[in-house]
Ligand binder design. Structure first.
Ligand code: 13P
Ligand code: SF4
Length: 329
């Protein structure tokens, strides 16, 4: 986009933002130009907290569907807008309360283009029935309906604290098998894991790490807990997206290989302009996160379309699970 055209859109966004008394929240994976017009950028936990406490009438959520849904659950009196309705998260779709119509094997084949080893359980209700009394810890990357059927939520930055806060010795963690593997190494509790995954982080393997380390021998490797265990095991540090921002800024080290979605590199470079950052693989692009553009933001502010709302019978129990998480960390 030409600079003049971009400036005109940015001006319009600012004008509408004032008119609507809106706040713009953007996830760390958003396009650089979207991060630049946001009032707050952050990881899932920071954005949930911001959505819960804002005084603005309208929240424009530049991210994926489950994130805007969490904002709508936490702030029912606010109008929550998702600039691109088709921005979903395949991992969040991997667990349903009931159904799905397809087997998990069919689902993974259709949505992701490859088959995957799968557990016997088919739905959240099935796994709960199989393990009565075992609490369910739901990663925020889940639908409102799934949160409503869960005991507590977690994000990549607080999963271990959340598990430790529960009195039970065994917990069910949904939907990310890699986040479960990360947590299992950091708690003595038994974790029964769902076998979902992020199709972006799942592309990484030990070969990517070896190549990147050969190309950048002085760099530290920092990865997201959604990466496969073989990648986590080779990392110097594992943390959420905002955890990576803090770690790289505070570290005396000057060079880093980053194992997460490439959008994070914008903030990393902005926060630490003298340091060097390399993405672990050029395939680390989440197409859903990239759907949102400045044009989508100005359009929803103008039309007030794409409102995300959750019916009270789901919203109230889902809020309980989110509030329980926000209360302990
Ligand atoms: P963070 O909470 O670390 O920002 O992660 C969200 C996400 O979707 C990672 O793929
Ligand atoms: Fe979902 Fe993965 Fe995209 Fe995060 S990076 S929003 S987990 S698909």
């Amino acid at each position: 986009m030409k600079v003049q055209a971009r400036d005109a859109i940015v001006e319009k966004i600012l004008e509408f933002k004032k008119k609507r008394n809106a706040i713009i929240l953007a996830h760390n994976y958003q396009r650089a130009e979207v991060q630049e017009i946001a009032d707050i950028t952050g990881d899932s936990l920071e954005l949930s907290r911001a959505a819960a406490k804002t005084d603005n009438d309208v929240i424009v959520f530049c991210g994926v569907h489950f994130m805007a849904e969490s904002a709508a659950i936490l702030s029912p009196r606010k109008t929550v807008l998702l600039p691109e309705m088709s921005a979903g998260c395949p991992m969040a779709d991997m667990v349903t309360v009931e159904g799905p119509r397809k087997t998990k094997r069919e689902f993974y084949t259709d949505v992701l283009g490859f088959t995957f080893e799968f557990a016997d359980e088919f739905t959240l209700r099935d796994i709960k029935k199989k393990h009565p009394g075992v609490p369910v810890v739901a990663y925020v990357n889940t639908s409102a309906a799934v949160k409503a059927e869960s005991d507590i939520c977690c994000t990549s930055s607080n999963v271990v604290k959340v598990i430790e806060s529960l009195k039970e010795d065994t917990v069910i963690c949904i939907p990310d098998r890699n986040l479960s593997a990360y947590a299992a190494k950091r708690t003595k509790k038994k974790i029964i894991s769902w076998d979902g995954f992020c199709n972006v982080h799942m592309r990484l393997d030990a070969d990517d790490v070896k190549k990147a380390k050969t190309a950048h021998p002085d760099a530290l490797l920092v990865v997201h807990p959604e990466c496969p265990p073989e990648v986590q095991d080779m990392a110097d540090h594992i943390t959420s997206t905002s955890g990576m921002l803090r770690y790289c800024k505070e570290s005396p080290h000057q060079e880093f290989i980053i194992g997460t979605e490439e959008g994070l590199l914008h903030r990393l470079r902005k926060d630490s302009p003298a340091k060097k950052f390399h993405v672990l693989s050029t395939e680390m692009v989440c197409p859903n996160m990239k759907r949102t553009r400045l044009e989508s933001v100005v359009r929803v502010l103008e039309t007030m379309d794409n409102v995300i709302s959750v019916a009270d019978e789901v919203r109230v129990p889902a809020k309980r699970a989110l509030d329980r998480m926000l209360g302990i960390v």
